[in-house]
Design a protein around this ligand. Sequence first.
Ligand code: PMP
Length: 497
Amino acid sequence: MAARFAQIPVLPLDEAFAVTAEFKADAFPQKVSLGAGVYRDEGGKPWVLPSVKKAKEKLHQTPNLDHEYLPIQGSDPFLQLARDLVFGDSSLPSSNSSSNSSSSPSPGSGSGSRSKDNTKPQTKNVISFQTISGTGANHLGAQFLAQHLRPKHVFISDPTWANHHLVWTVAAPDVVQKTYPYYHPASRSLDFDGWLTTLENEAVENDVVILHACAHNPTGIDPTREQWEVLAQLFKRKRLFAFFDSAYQGFATGDLDMDAWAMRHFQTVLFGSGPEPKTETKTKTESETESSATAGNDDEVVVNVQSSTQHQQGHPGLCIAQSFAKNFGLYGERVGAFHLSLPLSVSPAGAYSQLLRLTRAEISNPPLFGARIVQTVLSDVDLRAQWQQDLQTMSLRIRSVRGLLRKAIEQQQQQQQQHQQQQQSSSGSVATAITDWSHLESQIGMFSYTGLTVPQVQRLKEVHHVYLMRNGRASLSGVNEHNVHYVAAAIAEVVAQ
Ligand code: PMP
């Protein structure tokens, strides 16, 4: 046995975690981390959202809060709130409610409960499971789909969050992984034609396509609404299974509805829009809401079958892996959800029971604390309003950093050029470098796909103690007013080499 263990090949450490470890080990006082995808405040420190702080205080003051197991699928009230955040909900909370309340306030209260200029999709056949953050949701989805949809391929954007490949390799080894082109390096823009052509030519019915719901990681480039519309029609026609990875809702633009637009649009195109069947639109009591939150409820399915329409027949469905790491700053608490949306003609009971089985085998039941925090915030009008302010704080800071960094790099480069022109006035030649940094501002979300090359990234680390991913992805929350000029000078220096 020992001999067998001795033969185990040593794998390299995951790059994101390796970069963070290298950064931590660096004793240089001005070191800068642009590696990990975590929010940092203006002082470069982790930020506990005020809404989360208040929710924790509220929980501490709640008498008799126990630590019992959750059901296998997780906290039903939490799942209802999580699902409403994704798909939208028409019922606004009317008053403050306790953290244990299962009333179902709308997402985006304050910014409107419906995605702008988009009808609310019907969600009667959506089943939801609490997961170990977004990664757990990706994993549960991959495992479930591999076993029960049995796609020939899973299509993953090139480039993507590196864990997509690993999750599918581990959880669904029999599904062939393919990539679709996403990024056009020369124009630093979306390769939409390449993406469409690949799916058109290579994808077959029931194939899974991973889609970043908003703030694509690592490029920070999202399709336009018109492009999402074209994609949704293609998915419908070819019966492709859309797997939305939603790790940045509310964090990308600060607007929960805008960031959910693509998911809601797909849901509407594939499964229709509201209004909900009459029997379901009545105001639910607490216990009714709790029981229906499992979405395994047979009564609902009967209603759904009656309201199903022809075009829904035959489409496999769609799913969403939802993370609360970034938008709540709850990275280490591992709060997430997996939502599976089935055609109205299909009973969810079988899928639900299989998801129960997979979850029971993997984690038995999910952790309680983080979900309690999210539930407390989302079910309380004031805390929810505070949370939306917190989302604005984070997304506005990142947006302002984009502008600051762009300006600072361009200033540095102008100075460099003036200096070089003085020195080389006889030949008149100037150094060639990236001089257009507008992509820093046009990209959205936590990351910028800077365009820096592998040697430039290496030099940033070795000479300037500035850490980012090899592919040039920079997590902009590591930049602030105090270090922006240092970072800009470092980037200008490596680019000029
Ligand atoms: N998907 C994408 C695209 C991500 O960027 C992330 C976070 N880096 C995740 C999923 C999931 O992260 P977590 O497991 O921390 O929720």
